[in-house]
Design a protein around this ligand. Structure first.
Ligand code: SF4
Length: 913
C-alpha cells in the first residue's frame, strides 16, 4: 500500500510516497535541485555532491539523490550553506582536468559550465595534474577528452546499468583516476559497441561525437522527432538539423520504446541521407547504361509499358514488391496500386524472407501473428527464453531490456547454435544443431508434461487439442532429443524446468527460428510451449517474434502480402473484397497472388513480364541470388524505385528516385505493433520525390482517381478500412504512438494480446514433427552454412555501407570458422577463404572464432562483393514459402588473397549512374 506522507521543501509543504528520494520529491513538485552525476534509471551514487541540500536537524548537508524522504523533514535547497558547499564542489570538479568554464565553449551542452555560471565560480583555486594522455580520437565515432572529465561516473553507469555492455569502468587511483576500457585500450579495440549512450549522458563534453563536433551548436540546430529507419525496434530519435543537413542523432529520453537509448546504427548511421550516391533524377535504360529523364517522361513510360503488358498478357503478368523500409502509408498505396491498378494480387515484400512463418504459425495457433506483448514488459519477466535471435546485434535496444532483466531477478535461457553475446548472461545455453528447433522445443514440452509442470487450468480453459500435442511430444524424450539436436539431456531438462516454473516467462525469437523449411512448425512449437505453461495474455509473458526491418510489421499490416488486404483481411473473403471494391471504386482480383520467390520463378517461366520494385534489393536479400540475377535480366520490364542505384536497380529499365525516412512524413509500425510517426527533417535531394507522391502520380496515369495525397490523408483511409488501425490518426500518434489493435478513436491500444481469449477463440495446440533441413552437409560440401546480420551493418548494406562510422567498424565480409576447422584447413584469422555451395561461390575473410561450433560457418549477408545469398538455397517452407536461409551445405577453402571486389562494385555504380 502506498500511503502518501508530507514534508517541507523551501517552506512549501509537499507530499511524497515512501521510497522516494528527496531529489525525486523536489522534481515532482517543480523544485529545481541541480545534479551532475545523477542518472535516471540508475542507482544513485551521490558521488558528485552537487545535489546537496540542508535538512533541519541533520549534522551535515545531505546528497538529495540518495537521501530517502521522511515525514516531517524540513529541507532547504538553496540556503547559504548549500550554495557555499556547491561552489566548493564545483571548484573541486574543475580541478580534475583542465577546465575554465568561463572561457570553454565545450559542446554548448556542458552541465558543469551551466553550474559555474549559476553559482558564479570564476576562479580555479585547485588543480589535479593529469598523469595520462588527455585525448583519444583514434576512431571516427567518439572522442574521449579526458582533460574535461570530472569522473562523475555517468558514462560508466550508462554503459553498465542501462545498455549493460560492461565496456568501461573506473580505473587507476588518485591523480591517475580515469574511466577505462578493459585493459585501458582504445575504444575500438575494446568491448565497446559504440551505442553512444555514454556520449549522451556525459555532462561536460568529455565524450563527444567526432563528426558532429564543431558543426553546430545546440541553439543553431533544429530537433525533429522521428523514428529510426533501421531495425524493427522503432527507436524514437531526434534528428539535429542545421542548414538542411542532419548533423547528429540523439534518442528521445521519454520516448517509447527506447527511453533515449540507441544502438550504433541509430546513433551513427545517418550519413547515407546526404550521400553523394543518392539518386537525384529518374533514369531510363539506354543501351548498356542509363540516361537522365524528367519525371513526366519516366512516369508516362512506366504507365505505358505496364498497360501494354497488362493488355497483352493479362493482369497476372504483372507483380509488385513493396518494402519493409518505407512508411505504412506508402506500403498501403503500393498494394493498392498493384491490386487496383495492375489488377493482380501479386504483391509481396521481404517479410516473406524473414517472418512469413511467424504469420502462418501464430495465426494457426492463436489466430493472429505478431508479438503478443510489448518491449517494456521484457524487463519484468522472471524467465526469458531467447531462441534463434542474436538480439544484441539484430535488435540491440531490445537486448538492453533482456540484459537489465538478468541484472535483477530474471533467468535467461538462450537456445542458439552460435555462442552469441547473450550466452554470457544466460543461466542455461542450449546449443542445438542448426535446423533442429522442433525437436528441441518438443523435448522441453515433453519434460514439462512428464514432470507435471504444465498449467492445466490454462490448458483446460483456454485451449483445444491438448491430447494430440501430448501424444506427439511423447516421442521426444530428452535422450532422443540429445541425439537429434546435440543438446545434452540434463541441459534440456534444466531449461524446461526453469521455463515452466516461472510466474512470468517470455519467449523472444527471430530468424533463427523462422528462416527454415520447418519455419512454420518451429513457430507453432514455441506457441505450444507457451500455451502448455499458461504464459500468454499476461504482462511479461508471451511469444514475441522480433521483426527485422524498421517497418516490416507495418508492411504486413498494410497488406503488402499476396493473400490479404490491410489488417490481414483475406482477399478471398467476398465481404472484404466488396468493401475494398466500394472504397477504391474498382473491381478486384479474388485469388491470392504469388510470393517473393514464386514471383522470381514466374518471371523465369515467362508468366510474369513486368515487375515494379519499391525499396527492395532482391539481388542481395533473396536466396540463390545468382538465379535471381539471371531471372531479373530476363524480365521484360523492370521498374525500381529506390534512394540508391542498388544492385537490383542496375538491372532496371526505369529507376525512380525516392526519398529517405528523413525527407518524408508518415508512420512506421515497430515489432511490438507500435505505430509511431515519421517526420520530415530535410528536403529531398535533387529531384527525388516522396514515394507516396510517386505512387499517387503513377496511379493517376493508370486511370485511378485517388484523393488521399498526403500521408495523413492516406492514414485516414487506412483507418477507415482496417479494423485494427481504426482508432489511429496523426493527432493521436503524438507522444508515444499507439499499439494496435486500436479499434476506435477512444481506444487506448493493446500492448498485450490474447488476454481473455485468443484471436481465434481457443488456442489450438498444433503438434509438429522434426524434419531435417533441405540440404544436409555431404562429402563434397561438408559444412553447414548459416547466415544472418551483424551489429554494424544492416540488411543489404545500401544505407549502412554508406556511413563511414559503420563501415569503419565492419568494412568487410568475415566468415566465422571454428578453430578446429580452421586448423584442419590451415586457415588463420584474416586469411582469404572461398566459400562455395551447389549454387555459387564467394571470397571473403576468415574470422577464426569459437562463436560457431565445429563444422558450422556463419556469413553475414550485407556485403554485395561477397553476397552470402549467392550460396543459400531457395528451398521453401511449404506453408509460409519462406526460404531456408539458415541452413545449407557449403565447402570452405583457403585462397591466397581475399578478392573482395569492393572497388569494382563502387566503380560500376558510378559508371552506370
Ligand atoms: Fe535504430 Fe534498431 Fe538501433 Fe533502435 S535498436 S537505434 S531502431 S537500429
Amino acid at each position: 500500500m502506498n500511503s502518501e506522507q508530507t514534508l517541507t521543501i523551501n517552506e512549501k509543504k509537499v507530499s511524497f510516497t515512501p521510497g522516494q528520494t528527496l531529489l525525486e520529491v523536489a522534481r515532482e513538485n517543480g523544485i529545481d535541485i541541480p545534479t551532475l552525476c545523477y542518472l535516471d534509471r540508475c542507482e544513485p551514487t551521490g558521488s558528485c555532491r552537487i545535489c546537496l541540500v540542508e535538512v533541519k536537524g541533520a549534522r551535515a548537508l545531505v546528497a538529495s539523490c540518495a537521501m530517502p524522504a521522511a515525514p516531517g523533514m524540513e529541507v532547504q535547497t538553496e540556503s547559504e550553506a548549500v550554495v557555499k558547499a556547491r561552489r566548493m564542489v564545483i571548484e573541486l570538479l574543475l580541478a580534475s582536468g583542465e577546465h575554465n568554464c568561463m572561457t570553454c565553449e565545450a559542446n554548448g551542452e556542458c552541465k558543469l559550465q551551466d553550474l559555474a555560471y549559476r553559482y558564479q565560480v570564476e576562479t580555479i583555486r585547485f588543480s589535479r595534474p593529469m598523469e595520462y594522455f588527455p585525448m583519444e580520437s583514434s576512431n571516427p565515432l567518439i572522442i574521449r577528452d579526458f582533460s574535461k572529465c570530472v569522473l562523475c561516473g555517468r558514462c560508466v553507469q550508462a554503459c553498465n546499468e542501462i545498455q549493460v555492455n560492461l565496456a568501461i569502468s573506473f580505473g587507476y587511483r588518485g591523480a591517475r583516476s580515469k574511466i577505462v576500457t578493459k585493459g585501458d585500450v582504445p575504444l575500438e579495440e575494446s568491448d565497446c559497441v559504440f551505442c553512444g549512450e555514454c556520449v549522451g549522458v556525459c555532462p561536460v563534453g568529455a565524450l563527444v561525437e567526432k563528426k558532429a563536433r564543431y558543426k553546430g551548436r545546440p541553439w543553431e540546430e533544429t530537433k525533429i522527432k522521428t523514428t529510426c529507419s533501421y531495425c524493427g525496434v522503432g527507436c524514437q530519435v531526434y534528428l539535429h538539423v542545421k542548414d538542411g543537413q542532419v548533423l547528429r542523432v540523439t534518442g528521445v529520453e521519454d520516448g517509447l520504446p527506447n527511453l533515449g537509448s540507441l544502438c550504433v546504427k541509430g546513433k551513427f548511421g545517418h550519413e547515407f541521407i546526404h550521400s553523394k550516391e543518392r539518386l537525384t533524377t529518374p533514369l531510363i535504360r539506354q543501351a548498356d547504361g542509363f540516361r537522365h529523364a524528367t519525371w513526366d517522361e519516366a512516369l508516362d513510360y512506366v504507365a505505358k509499358r505496364l498497360k501494354e503488358i497488362k493488355e497483352k498478357d493479362g493482369p497476372d503478368s504483372l507483380a509488385g514488391l513493396s518494402s519493409a523500409s518505407v512508411t505504412n502509408e506508402e506500403n498501403y498505396l503500393m498494394q493498392k496500386l498493384v491490386r487496383a491498378g495492375f489488377g493482380t494480387n501479386n504483391v509481396d515484400h521481404c517479410a516473406r524472407l524473414c517472418h512469413a512463418s511467424t504469420v502462418t504459425g501464430l495465426a494457426t495457433v492463436f489466430g493472429s501473428g505478431a508479438m503478443t506483448n510489448s518491449i517494456a514488459e521484457i524487463e519484468d519477466a522472471d524467465v526469458i527464453l531467447v531462441i534463434g535471435s542474436n538480439t544484441t546485434e539484430t535488435h540491440p535496444v531490445i537486448s538492453t531490456f533482456v540484459k537489465r532483466a538478468t541484472l535483477g531477478k530474471a533467468k535467461l535461457i538462450v537456445a542458439d547454435p552460435r555462442k552469441i553475446t547473450l550466452t554470457n548472461f544466460s543461466e542455461v545455453w542450449l546449443r542445438q544443431r542448426p535446423g533442429t528447433d522442433v525437436a528441441l522445443i518438443n523435448g522441453m514440452i515433453n519434460v514439462i508434461l512428464s514432470e507435471g509442470l504444465q498449467d492445466q487450468a490454462f490448458i483446460d480453459d483456454r485451449t483445444e487439442n491438448f491430447e494430440d500435442l501430448k501424444k506427439a511430444v511423447a516421442e521426444y524424450p530428452p535422450e532422443k532429443v540429445e541425439k537429434i539436436t546435440g543438446v545434452p539431456a540434463p541441459d534440456l531438462i534444466e531449461a524446461a524446468r526453469i521455463y515452466a516454473k516461472a510466474e512470468k516467462a517470455s519467449i523472444l525469437y527471430a530468424m533463427g527460428i523462422t528462416q527454415h523449411t520447418s519455419g512454420t512448425d518451429n513457430v507453432k512449437a514455441l506457441a505450444n510451449l507457451a500455451m502448455v505453461t499458461g504464459n500468454l495474455g499476461r504482462p511479461s509473458t508471451g511469444v514475441n517474434p522480433l521483426r527485422g526491418q524498421n517497418n516490416v510489421q507495418g508492411a504486413c499490416d498494410m497488406g503488402a502480402l499476396p493473400n490479404v488486404y490491410s489488417g490481414y483481411q483475406s482477399v478471398t473473403d467476398p465481404a472484404v473484397k466488396e468493401k475494398f471494391e466500394q472504397a477504391w471504386g474498382v473491381s478486384l482480383p479474388d485469388q491470392p497472388g504469388l510470393t517473393v520467390v514464386e514471383i522470381t520463378n514466374a518471371i523465369d517461366e515467362g508468366r510474369i513480364k513486368g515487375l515494379y520494385i519499391m525499396g527492395e534489393n532482391p539481388l542481395i536479400s533473396d536466396p540463390d541470388v545468382n538465379h535471381v540475377e539471371q531471372v531479373l535480366k530476363k524480365c521484360e520490364f523492370l521498374v525500381v524505385q529506390d534512394i540508391f542505384l542498388t544492385e537490383t536497380a542496375r538491372l532496371a529499365d526505369v529507376v525512380l528516385p525516392g526519398t529517405s525516412f528523413a525527407e518524408k512524413e508518415g508512420t512506421f509500425t515497430n515489432t511490438e505493433r507500435r505505430v509511431s510517426r515519421v517526420r520530415q527533417a530535410v528536403q529531398p535531394v535533387g529531384e527525388a520525390r516522396g514515394d507516396l507522391e510517386i505512387l499517387n502520380d503513377l496511379a493517376s496515369r493508370l486511370g485511378l482517381s485517388w484523393t488521399a495525397d498526403t500521408a495523413e490523408a492516406v492514414m485516414a483511409e487506412i483507418a477507415a478500412l482496417t479494423p485494427s488501425y481504426a482508432g489511429i490518426s496523426y493527432p493521436r500518434l503524438e507522444g508515444n504512438g499507439l499499439i494496435w489493435p486500436c479499434l476506435d478513436k477512444d481506444h487506448p491500444g493493446t500492448p498485450i494480446l490474447h488476454v481473455s481469449q485468443f484471436t481465434r477463440g481457443l488456442g489450438l495446440f498444433t503438434p509438429v514433427e522434426h524434419r531435417e533441413p533441405a540440404e544436409p552437409p555431404s562429402n563434397d560440401y561438408p559444412f553447414t552454412l548459416t547466415t544472418g546480420r551483424i551489429l554494424y551493418q544492416y540488411h543489404t548494406g545500401s544505407m549502412s555501407r554508406r556511413c563511414e562510422p559503420l563501415d569503419y567498424l565492419a568494412p568487410r565480409c568475415e566468415v566465422e570458422i571454428n578453430p578446429a576447422d580452421a586448423a584442419e584447413l590451415s586457415i588463420s584469422d584474416g586469411d582469404g577463404v572461398m566459400v562455395s555451395s551447389r549454387r555459387g561461390e564467394i571470397v571473403a575473410t576468415a574470422r577464426v572464432t569459437d562463436i560457431v561450433p565445429a563444422k558450422v560457418i556463419f556469413i553475414p549477408f550485407h556485403y554485395a562483393e561477397a553476397a552470402a545469398n549467392r550460396l543459400t538455397i531457395a528451398e521453401l517452407d511449404p506453408v509460409a514459402k519462406i526460404p531456408e536461409f539458415k541452413v545449407c551445405a557449403a565447402k570452405l577453402e583457403k585462397v591466397e588473397e581475399a578478392e573482395t571486389g569492393e572497388g569494382e562494385e563502387a566503380e560500376a555504380s558510378a559508371q552506370e549512374a
